[in-house]
Design a binder for this molecule. Sequence first.
Ligand code: ASP
Ligand code: MG
Length: 421
Amino acid sequence: MFVFKFGGASINNIERIKNTSDIIRDKADKKLLVVVSAMGKTTNALEKITEAYFDDRKDDALTLFEQVKKNHLETVKFLLVHKWKAAEDQLKDFFTEIEWMLHDKPVRSYDYYYDQIVCCGELFSTCIVAHYLAEQKVKVKWVDVRDIFRTDNNFRDAGVDFDFTTSKIKNSILPLYNDFDVIMTQGFIGSTDENESTTLGREGSDYSAAIFANIMNAESLTIWKDVPAVMNADPNKFKDAVNIPLLNYTEVIEMAYYGAQVIHPKTIKPLQNKNIPLYVKSFLDTNLPGTIINADKAINLPPIIVLKGQQVLIHFRSKDFSFMEGKALGQLHKIFNAVKLQPNLTQNTAISFVCCFDGHAEKTGQIAADASLLFDVDVERDLSLLTIRHYDNATIEILTKDKNTILEQRTPETLQAVIRN
Ligand code: ASP
Ligand code: MG
C-alpha cells in the first residue's frame, strides 16, 4: 500500500488534473491512498471570503464565493463527460452549506468560521478528481476525511486525536481496499467530536498524508510537486540552487522547521516513527529521480540554505537586575504558549533573553504586551533569519556580505543569523 499526496499546483487546470490522474491510474493496482490539496490558489480565495464574512461584508463574501463556485463548476464542465452531473450535484451540496452560513451573522470566533469555510477547498477538488478517475475506469472511492480525522477544537491549528483516527482508518478505510484500488481523500482538514470542521494549519496536507502512511503502515509516501527534487535552497532566491537526490529525516525536519518550503515540518515524525521512506517527485516529469528521504546517513551534502523573512526579534530584560533564569524563563514560555508561538532562535545573557519569532503581528504584539508587565521589552520587526546547515566559509561570505547581522549562532553543523533588511 502506498500513499500519494498532490499539491494544489498539480490540479490547477484541466491538463494538470488529467496528468495527475494518469499518475494515479498508472499505480492504482498497488492500492493507493491519495490526498489532494485544494485546486491552485483556492485556499487563499477562501481565506478572503472568511475575512469579508467576519468583517460584516456579506455581499463581498458572496461575490467572492461565486467566483470560487464558477471555477469549480467550469472545471467539472470541461473535464467530465459522463460523471459531470454527479460531480456537480456533490459540489452544489457543499456550496449550499457554505452559503447558508454566509447569510447568517457571525456569532462565533474568526478561527471557527475560517475552518468551516476554508476546509471546502479540498472537498471540492477531491470530488472533481475522484469523479474523473472513475470516468477513467479506476476503482476509486471518495472519502470525506472529516469522518476519519478526529481533532480537538483548536480551530486553524487543530490537534489530531490519534486513537480515534487510528481506529477509524483501520475499521473504515482499510476494508475499502477489498472493493477499491484508490481511496481519494483530503489532507489538512478534520472534524471535532461535534462534527465541526477543523484545519491543521496551512500546508497541512503533507502532514495528513504522513499520518495516513504511518497508521496504514504504507510502503512509502510520495509527495508530487512542481519541482524536480528537494533543492539545497529556494531557486527563486538563489540561482545556484542544486537538487539533492538523497536526504534523511533529520536533515529535512530541520530544513522545514526553519522555513524551507519543501515539506510541512510536521510530516517527518509520523514517517520516521515507522521508518517509512518519503519520495519527493515531479508530477511534470515522472521519469526524474526526485529526492529520497529516509533514515540513512546523508553524506556529501551541499550547504543547505534557508532564508526566512518577516521575523521579529524581541528582547526581554529584567527590570531589577535579577538573573534571566528558571523562574523568569518559565514566565516567558508561559506567555509564548498562551499565543501558541514558539521562538525560532533564542539567546540568553545574565539579565536578558532574546527571541526571534515569525512575524505574526497579533501574536508577537500580545507577547510584547504581556511580557512588558514583568520585563523591559524591545521589539524589532522586519528581519530575516538565515539558516545554513553544513556551512562553509565561502557560503557564509556570500550570504552575509554587506548584510547587517544582528545576532549569530553556530554549532559545528548549523549557522543561524538574524539579519536586518
Ligand atoms: N490547501 C491547504 C493550503 O493551501 C493545505 C495544503 O495544501 O497543504 O494551505
Ligand atoms: Mg502545498
